[in-house]
Design a protein around this ligand. Structure first.
Ligand code: 5AD
Ligand code: SF4
Length: 458
């Protein structure tokens, strides 16, 4: 008789997934949710492509540079897939996100190592599509806009790893700015129901999250189903979320100036948990360019809006997005962009060279601006923006700010967190203060961060 094998049978090797995220915070949120869905299928995450059974690039299509990065990464994934194949191991290469939605089949043509192309509305189908891929039915392209609610169909959220979390409340955009691919890649605006969002936020808070950032391409256009089926505004949603005990801070991004309603502005005055920070892109300072961009607001409208917001919450920190070199932009037009930045005084700003995107109206407009002109304008603009950072951060030196500590800092004994105005703050602090909101006296300001000492710990 044969001896029975000794010891427990070896557990099967877990499957490993490598996920690389490009682009905006919504992609970060989507990647987390995909990782959670895959965890239910037995996958654990890895940062090493060489050991990945599944490699996902969650991609961004907003500017050409972001989209092209995907193809250079796909070259590297192809090599890793080959190397693993020579050891008899399979690697499923997946392209998710907005490049997947925009380019579909074209990705397989350019990068035949890709097994699955998955648009942002189809993530809940990932396990089912992976099973199909491993049956060897050939590459799959799934870029329809299905009716089912992808958020509802993804499994419930697993323990949060961090003190802060993103929560997608709205997706897509109906604004059709003439430079932008979002209405094509993320589709028309949809808002998730209030009850589902309160439920998801409660789970996050139960697991230690203290700050939630509500995400949407046009977040202040949120109009989700509330109680008795009535449409609820973003202000209504924030009021409902603010009732969650243990949730200390709420933020939201990105807002459109046209959808900045009175109730939302008033909430910045009335709701303590709503942080005094607002990301409000204006894109360009010349009205002629704003009209060509189909922004549906003028520079004056924007300034008037800022005045109303500051009347409600005088200390609010404003942030924005700006494009230089939109078709037909002259030096005089660009000067108006600089003037608007100086007049408003932003705490933070993202600035970009205009990048023509296939299928958008602006990409075929006359008067495309030469690259060297765009580059020079961007450089000048960034100088003005950075001077603004220095002013904004410098203004809090000598003041006390409430910091929510998030994680270890660069140096031993240090924690790093954020002020209400989203500034990074470093301070010597015991690890027990992670997740706590603490008064910090600010001693030093750098352009991108602050440092100080905790009140009572000096
Ligand atoms: N070129 C340059 N910047 C763009 N953005 C969107 N589309 C383009 C484009 N084609 C910028 C806008 C937007 C931000 C997310 O990206 O400023 O607010
Ligand atoms: Fe794109 Fe924002 Fe304009 Fe919508 S509002 S089309 S997301 S730039």
């Amino acid at each position: 008789m044969e001896e029975p094998p000794t010891g427990a049978a070896r557990a099967p090797e877990p499957k490993r997934v490598f996920i690389k995220t490009f682009g905006c915070q919504m992609n970060v949120y989507d990647s987390e949710r995909m990782a959670e869905a895959l965890a239910s299928e037995g996958y654990i995450e890895t940062e090493d492509v060489a050991e990945a059974d599944l490699a996902i690039l969650n991609t961004c299509h907003i500017r050409e540079k972001a989209a092209e990065k995907v193809y250079s990464d796909l070259g590297r994934l192809r090599d890793a897939k080959r190397a693993r194949a020579s050891e008899g191991k399979q690697t499923v290469v997946t392209v998710a996100g907005c490049v997947a939605q925009a380019e579909g089949e074209e990705i397989i043509r350019r990068a035949p190592a890709v097994d699955l192309v998955l648009g942002p509305q189809s993530y809940h189908r990932l396990p089912e599509l992976l099973a199909k891929v491993s049956r060897g039915d050939g590459a799959i392209v799934e870029t329809t806009f299905p009716d089912e609610d992808k958020f509802g169909a993804l499994p419930a959220r697993k323990p949060a790893k961090a003190v802060t979390a993103f929560l997608t409340v709205q997706e897509g955009c109906d604004k059709f700015c003439t430079f932008c691919v979002v209405p094509y890649t993320r589709g028309m605006e949809i808002s998730r129901p209030v009850a589902a969002l309160v439920d998801e936020a409660e789970r996050l808070v139960d697991r230690g999250v203290r700050e939630i950032t509500l995400l949407g391409q046009n977040v202040n256009g949120y109009h989700g189903e509330g109680s008795k089926g009535k449409a609820t505004s973003l202000a209504g949603l924030i009021r409902a979320l603010a009732k969650i005990e243990g949730l200390a801070r709420i933020r939201y991004t990105t807002s459109h100036p046209r959808d900045m309603s009175d109730d939302l502005i008033a909430l910045h005055r009335d709701e303590e948990k709503l942080m005094p920070f607002l990301h409000l892109p204006f894109q360009a300072g010349a009205d002629r360019i704003l009209a060509a961009m189909n922004r549906k607001h003028t520079a004056h409208d924007y300034l008037m809006l800022v005045e109303r917001i500051r009347a409600a919450r005088p200390d609010i920190a404003l942030s924005t997005d700006i494009i230089v070199g939109f078709p037909s932009e002259t030096d005089a037009d660009f000067d108006r962009t600089i003037a608007l930045v100086e007049t408003v005084g932003f705490a933070h700003a993202f600035s970009f060279k205009y990048s023509p995107r296939p299928g958008t109206p602006a990409s075929t407009m006359d008067g495309q601006v030469p690259e060297h002109v765009k580059r020079a304008r961007l450089e000048r603009l960034q100088g003005v923006i950075e001077a603004g950072y220095a002013r904004f951060n410098g203004a809090v030196v000598g003041k006390t700010v409430q910091v929510l500590f998030e994680k270890d800092g660069r140096h031993a004994g240090q924690l790093v967190g954020r002020s209400p105005y989203l500034q990074l703050v470093h301070a010597n602090a015991p690890p027990s203060l992670k997740g706590q909101i603490v008064d910090v006296d600010i001693l030093n300001a750098q352009p991108n961060s602050l440092s100080g000492v905790i009140r009572g710990l000096q």
